[in-house]
Write a protein that binds this ligand. Structure first.
Ligand code: C2E
Ligand code: MG
Ligand code: MG
Length: 533
């Protein structure tokens, strides 16, 4: 081929290195800054297979990039890993390919140095959302979120190794993706990728089908839909809108039309959130929750001390995700208030009960909650000394002096106050220093590892001593084994709670059974330690 044609081929990009890959897959021409871009001289590339230039994990993408090119078409740029000797840091190059009619099947490539790309495999959902938002903010191009769904894949793929198919599909998708960024899976045989929004989706699916058919997977159909990524400028809102579109496709496939753009996706995301908030609000108002009771024992004599009240929504097990949602949606205060009211009912029904309710730091900081609680307590003098408040999510408390005033008003109304999950947050010590409390609950993570006698043991021992000086009693949560019980007792902890004594149940545990089980356990432990000696 005459040289002017070559330069015609390369004229399309501002590149540092130009190479031509012949029909035999070998480099037939290389000119430019080979050392700077690929770490090797131009001459050393000549006649080498193109695979020797790029990192193996990106071969499927480059193969698909070349394989999807019809005459006169251009593809990329994609960011591709450069082949480096083992142990050397990874490096990347931006690769654009064009197949000119005059070049008789040869592919002209323009390469320049590039910054990092995403992983070469599939990205997780969250990573994809965050990365897409980051790229969107930094890109001046019109981009879209494209979804590709394959049908006939399992039939076409019988007899081919599953790993090989994943590699092939991933390569085919990345070759079409903006910068060659990794796609994410949104259901079986369905993927999402970032795509430059300058061509109809049929062109995209046409090339993907071509690549799969080149690889021997015949009869696979690819269907695609895309949503322009316009209308929202803030990264957090972009990620929220992207998540909404991904969720829609995850739930309904491509059967429902996608939102018109990011702005519409964000609107719909808000509506979904509002409707969830509406449902949770209704569940709280109509008391569509129940209470579970978990026993807390006094370690001195193994007797039942009180129960912690834990809210349950339906049969879903842990309420934690709902509690988090309530905290985010400003619904935690009505929830805590509703749980408090139900707890007072339970106390009224059974005069032997002593209960602890959880109260989020956010509720404690609300005058409505504290005043509401105080007026409930005033009207129920029998609750004095039988109700305790456990302060959870104390990170939400910013004004410690104001928090302490509220805590003291609850204590004056006859309720002890306990700081929950101590040690889980970074600011725990400041709370202990500035709040006057009755009890401190040591976070379960320290207790579970306590019996191994590592740093946790030292931490707990000193914490108990410090609390002793401050006149604060201690409670260990998540005590699961007799060894853990033994360790917390030896550390001087006053109370314990955990699966060893019983899980949270619909009805409170019976006092006698707790005491009897405690006796059996201490007998067994005494025998074991006698044998150890
Ligand atoms: P928390 O107050 O620290 O409650 C202890 C959690 O640990 C409970 O989970 C309990 O079931 C679990 N647990 C108890 N013993 C063991 C054990 O031996 N091993 C293990 N692995 N886990 C144990 P649950 O019921 O899922 O509650 C999670 C969190 O939800 C609670 O943590 C509390 O922060 C919050 N929560 C529950 N009810 C309410 C409520 O009415 N209001 C507020 N604001 N928060 C609540
Ligand atoms: Mg608690
Ligand atoms: Mg806790």
């Amino acid at each position: 081929m005459p040289t002017p044609h070559r330069f015609l081929a390369f004229g399309f990009a501002a590149a540092d290195l130009l190479i031509e890959v012949g029909r035999d897959g070998r480099v037939s021409f290389a000119l430019g800054a080979g050392e700077a871009v690929l770490g090797r001289s131009d001459a050393s590339m000549r006649d080498q297979p193109w695979q020797s230039l790029f990192a193996p994990e990106d071969h499927a993408m480059v193969e698909a990039l070349f394989g999807g090119l019809s005459d006169g078409a251009r593809a990329g740029p994609v960011v591709v890993g450069v082949a480096v000797t083992a142990g050397r840091p990874p490096r990347f190059a931006s690769l654009t390919a064009i197949r000119l009619v005059q070049n008789k099947g040869a592919i002209s490539c323009a390469l320049s140095r590039a910054g990092e790309r995403s992983t070469s495999g599939l990205q997780g959902r969250e990573a994809f959302e965050a990365r897409a938002a980051e790229l969107l903010v930094g890109s001046s191009e019109a981009l879209e979120l494209a979804f590709v769904e394959f049908s006939g894949l399992s039939r076409a793929a019988s007899g081919v190794e599953p790993g090989q198919i994943d590699n092939l599909i991933n390569g085919a998708l990345r070759a079409q993706a903006y910068r060659g960024e990794a796609p994410t899976a949104v259901g079986p045989d369905r993927y999402a990728l970032l795509h430059a929004g300058d061509e109809p989706t049929e062109a995209l699916t046409g090339r993907i089908e071509q690549v799969l058919s080149n690889a021997g997977l015949t009869g696979v159909k690819a269907e695609a839909a895309a949503m322009p990524l316009t209308g929202v400028a803030r990264p957090k809102q972009m990620a929220q809108a992207l998540r909404h579109a991904l969720n829609q496709v995850l739930e309904n496939g491509l059967s429902r039309p996608l939102p018109g753009d990011l702005a519409q996706a964000l609107d719909r995301a808000m509506q979904t959130t509002l409707s969830k908030a509406g449902q949770l609000g209704a569940a709280i108002r109509h008391r569509r929750f129940s209470l579970a009771y978990q026993p807390v024992v006094a370690l001195g004599d193994g007797t039942l001390h009180h129960h912690e009240v834990l809210v349950r929504f339906g049969s879903d097990g842990s309420p934690f995700p709902t509690i988090r949602m309530a905290e985010e949606m400003d619904l935690i205060e009505p929830l805590d208030m509703a749980v408090l009211e139900e707890t007072l009912f339970a106390l009224q029904k059974d005069p032997k009960l002593m209960l602890a309710v959880n109260v989020s730091g956010r509720s404690l900081m609300s005058d409505d909650y504290v005043e509401g609680a105080l007026s409930l307590l005033k009207a129920r003098p029998w609750a004095r000394g039988r109700l305790m408040f456990e302060l959870t999510e104390s990170a939400a408390v910013e004004d410690l002096a104001a928090a302490d005033r509220r805590i003291q008003s609850l204590r004056q109304a006859g309720c002890e106050v306990c700081l929950d999950d101590f040690g889980a947050g970074a600011a725990s010590l400041a709370y202990l220093q500035q709040l006057t409390l009755d009890l401190l609950k040591i976070d379960g993570r320290y207790i579970r590892d306590l019996q191994h006698g590592g740093r946790e043991a030292t931490f707990v021992k000193h914490l108990v001593n410090m609390c002793g000086e401050l006149n604060v009693r201690t409670l260990a949560e998540m005590v699961e084994t007799p060894e853990a019980e033994d360790a917390v007792r030896r550390a001087g902890v006053h109370y314990a709670q955990g699966w060893l004594y019983g899980r949270a149940r619909e009805t409170p545990a019976d006092e006698d059974s707790i005491t009897a089980r405690g006796r059996t356990r201490s007998g067994a432990l005494a025998i074991r330690s006698a044998l150890d000696r």
